[in-house]
Design a protein around this ligand. Structure first.
Ligand SMILES: [Ca+2]
Ligand SMILES: [Ca+2]
Length: 336
């Protein structure tokens, strides 16, 4: 009897010790994880500071050379080529100028109106993206033309569609009801509020578009845009908007080849006696007027700083405005 009791106590004791040890291991793991998380976040924030320093250095270099174009050979762009490693910490910094995506807000003019070309460009974009999503247009409730119209109505300043219907009719029927913004988009996520846009479509559009800068922005920068965005360079036919078109695969390839050879595209109206030596006009590759007019230079940059410490990763995504004021305005900041 006494032996049985001793055995039971011995078993209980062993179990208690095992539990205690497991707890101790878990606690120390939690502490280590917490330390690593704090370190990773600090490193990612430091990455954004580093990005800012590189961007200002670039601004000074532009002042010195009086040549203002963002290219992929700028130091801020090259920082993304290799990770920065120290001990078990790794920082991956990626900086993009706003011109490396299509700025949806650049489709509005100063009065908040969208022209005919804006609609055709968006239709072409949505057709391309829906095709990539393998969404069958015939079955879809909203085709590229509906999506283009709805988006422009959502952001344009007035509150009627071109057939006279009230833009808010649809939004007021939602639960909870809301209204068309009638102003530039504040984020790519906001697209999800536009009639006909669902989460999957917004994600499929994300690599192509930006909303920065909110106002006064230009079109795609042919020096920095990746191939899938270059394909959105839209040459307008001044007489017939329907005959305007997106860049062909051939034209995209030629832009990339010229970039590879070190050629830089710049504004053809650039008043610079050395322009011909320094850069080439985009019309050499894509004839006609590009809509919206390319932004060869940018002051708004998208920064992604991904820091890994041990097993923990933290990413800071920020949109920075490189201004000559003392404090550069932060347009957005997100920690993941
Ligand atoms: Ca409208
Ligand atoms: Ca509107």
């Amino acid at each position: 009897m006494a032996l049985a009791v001793v055995l039971i106590f011995a078993m209980l004791l062993t179990a208690a010790i095992a539990t205690f040890l497991r707890r101790a291991v878990v606690d120390s793991l939690i502490i280590r994880h917490r330390d690593a998380a704090a370190e990773a976040e600090a490193l990612a924030r430091g990455g954004v500071d580093l990005a800012l320093a590189l961007l200002y250095e670039d601004l000074l270099a532009e002042d010195r050379s009086d040549f203002r174009v963002e290219t992929l050979i700028d130091p801020w762009a090259r920082i993304g080529e290799a990770p920065i490693e120290e001990g078990d910490a790794v920082l991956r910094l990626r900086i993009e100028d706003a011109g490396s995506r299509l700025n949806l807000n650049a489709l509005l003019d100063e009065e908040g109106r969208a022209g005919e070309h804006a609609r055709f460009l968006l239709e072409a974009l949505f057709e391309k993206v829906l095709g990539e999503m393998e969404r069958d247009e015939r079955d879809a409730e909203y085709g590229p033309d509906d999506l283009a119209r709805n988006l422009l109505d959502y952001i344009d300043a007035d509150d009627t569609g071109d057939d006279g219907h009230l833009e808010d009719d649809y939004y007021q029927r939602q639960d909870p009801p809301y209204r068309a913004a009638n102003r530039p988009l504040l984020s790519v996520d906001e697209l999800g509020l536009v009639q006909g846009f669902d989460g999957a479509l917004v994600e499929a559009l994300r690599p192509y578009v930006t909303v920065h800068p909110y106002a006064g922005g230009g079109g795609i920068n042919p020096n920095t845009a990746p191939p899938h965005v270059l394909a959105l360079l839209y040459s307008q036919d001044a007489l017939d908007a329907g005959a305007s078109r997106l860049a062909s695969a051939e034209q995209v390839r030629e832009i990339l080849e010229r970039r590879e050879r070190g050629e830089v595209f710049c504004d053809e109206s650039f008043e610079d006696e050395n322009r011909a030596l320094r850069c080439v006009g985009l019309s050499e590759v894509v004839p006609g007027q590009i809509y919206p007019a390319p932004s060869f230079r940018s002051d708004v940059f998208l920064v992604s700083a991904e820091a890994r410490v041990g097993e923990v990763t933290r990413t800071v995504e920020a949109v920075l405005h490189r201004s000559r004021q003392e404090d550069p305005p932060l347009l957005s900041w997100r920690v993941r």
